[in-house]
Design a protein around this ligand. Sequence first.
Ligand code: MRU
Length: 365
Amino acid sequence: MEKNILDYNTVELDESDNSVIIIDQTLLPGKTELIKLKEAQEIWDAIYLLKVRGAPAIGVAAAYGLYVLAVQIRNKVVGSHDEIEVFYEEFVKEKEFLNSSRPTAVNLSWALNRMDDCCQNAMKKGMSLNEIVEELRKESIAIQDEDINTCKMIGEYGLSLVKKGDGILTHCNAGQLATSKYGTATAPIYLGHERGYEFKVFADETRPLLQGARLTSYELHSAGIDVTLICDNMSGMVMKNGWVNAVFVGCDRVAANGDVANKIGTSVVATVAKRYGVPVYICAPTSTIDLNTPTGKDIKIEQRPAEEVTKMWYKEPMAPEGVKVFNPAFDVTDNELVTAIITEYGIARAPYNESLKAILDKKNK
Ligand code: MRU
């Protein structure tokens, strides 16, 4: 029997082969192909080209990637003079390189910094090179394990905000394919499905890379959830018709004031939702909260190649050759359009400067 897409791990560490295995998401839903990543450039490309994508999955892939590279560096430098110093120098170079693959999702630098902290702590404790690398292995696995539990908790909190039979709209893919399990925005949907909530989900197709059509509608449909795919310009109509009781979306970075960066088009959905009185819930693991970024204006928005808008997915180009194109991958939704931010440590509401800090204090207690 053919495997369901939800039976695959989005990201996996293959210790037998010292590699990271991912589903190549650029080929979904037509083809399920697992690819192995070993070299720094392969890992960087996989993240940049969105073969692995979604803020938490990028973090997990980068952590595993850095571990895989750490093993290679160890094998190269072991036994040399000052082996730990030489190891750490190379390790930091690879970390910086991976960190340059995509700028907006803070989970990338969060996961890489966590690996770096782990490495420095092990060095401070006077561990041997092998022991340091073993600590890095454990840390990368912990990052993935925690992601599963985090998504589950977001699902529980999210589920408390909706009722049976509700219509839910989501944008882009903040699903299992963007995380290790459950997704963030889809976690309340999956948990509700297990408990007989019978949600009716609307998935925005999400131009230009169609994560909603190719990934969200695919994974929800594969789970047997009632999902309807709509074009990005239809969310106003379905909300006006009264078919949507809540918007659940993921996010790539939450600024200290509660402005949130997520897939381009999220701010349009949030604006329309406000017009029709539909609550907008941002599902964000605490690893996505960045109190060092004061407001949405300070978030670096990734710009992507024009061809994603003009040519990709079409048999023939759908725009005149050389036309000017604006292709930001994300936009910022102003905090006043956000009803609540759902984290694994609880639900934050305005004023976000206070509530987000309280959530992180709870985490660090
Ligand atoms: O460009 P992508 O596909 O990586 O964008 C993904 C999103 O915008 C998601 O909503 C976000 O990363 C949250 S994933 C749980």
